[in-house]
Design a protein around this ligand. Structure first.
Ligand SMILES: [Zn+2]
Length: 289
């Protein structure tokens, strides 16, 4: 059985440094985002393609090139006005990039969304007839006026989009007590990683040589996850999520659970090199849960 992962970088984003790492002051977090002046470097906006014997699965859809045009985001929204910059060209979008890989959006069995922020759901327009899997409460959070106020941008999504909702079952993955198998063999699995949004999820892909942890925005980088540093927009669940991830990634105490985990957040500048390294030299280990 061959399972393969392909990265797709749909352009770049700049955010405030206080969004990546919570500022050490007592100001309410939104104020730090708007009034602190320090910008991050350009960060990748990553989505992933999983080639599995049962189909092709896409994890997140990246951003649309429209995001770089004035007027795409609501001009009145302080986050889009003051706290984020995008650099996305039409050829960076996920549709053209899938075609460059010799695939087409219609070949995709399902789109799995870690959450619905614009740089993860902005490419949904390329999948008007594809199964889209999202957590029901994340879907609800993005809806209506409250969703718009919270920065969810829906106007580029396929008209009448009706996603399939995640339903976790009590199948534990290390410290994560529930999960949802996406494929009957259970090698692609969704796990709850709340924090960045209250119903944020991550996607695990178990191959012969490693378990890919497609982390979305569970942390902006692997280093911040290992340091237990929540980002500047996370809610209270983030700390426990980071602890769970770290414990699972680092646990080598049980020899029956030889673990080789490749942790891949969506905006980590090192995600691509980490993926290349593990694909170049597959370790003869079987990651199990
Ligand atoms: Zn996000």
């Amino acid at each position: 059985m061959i399972i393969k992962i392909y990265p797709i970088q749909t352009g770049r984003v700049k955010i405030k440094r206080s969004q990546i790492k919570r500022a050490a002051n007592n100001l309410p977090q939104p104020l730090n985002l708007f009034f602190q002046t320090g910008w991050s470097d350009w960060l990748p906006i990553l989505a992933w393609v999983i080639e599995h014997p049962e189909g092709v699965f896409v994890v997140d859809t990246g951003e649309t090139a429209q995001a770089a045009r004035p007027g795409y985001f609501p001009h009145w929204h302080p986050y889009y006005r003051w706290a984020v910059q995008f650099d996305v060209r039409p050829e960076d979008e996920i549709g053209p990039q899938l075609r460059r890989l010799g695939m087409s959006p219609v070949d995709v069995t399902a789109v799995l969304l870690t959450h619905l922020h614009t740089d993860h759901a902005g490419g949904l327009s390329h999948f008007p007839r594809t199964r889209v899997v999202v957590h029901p409460q994340e879907w609800q959070a993005a809806a209506g006026r409250a969703g718009t106020l919270n920065g969810y941008v829906r106007h580029n999504w396929p008209v009448g989009l009706k996603p399939e909702f995640v339903r976790y079952v009590p199948e534990a993955v290390g410290p994560f007590v529930e999960s949802m198998p996406v494929t009957p063999d259970g090698r692609i699995r969704l796990i709850p990683t709340p924090g960045h949004t209250p119903y944020h999820l991550s996607v695990l892909v178990q191959t012969e040589t490693t378990t890919y942890f497609l982390a979305g925005d569970a942390s902006y980088t692997e280093a911040l996850m290992l340091a237990g540093q929540p980002d500047g927009v996370s809610g209270p669940a983030a700390m426990q999520t980071l602890t769970h991830i770290r414990r699972w990634v680092q646990d080598t105490a049980n020899p029956k659970r030889l673990r080789a985990v490749t942790y891949l957040p969506s905006h980590d500048p090192h995600s691509l090199t980490r993926l290349e390294r593990v694909q170049r030299q597959p370790a003869p280990q079987l990651a199990t849960w």
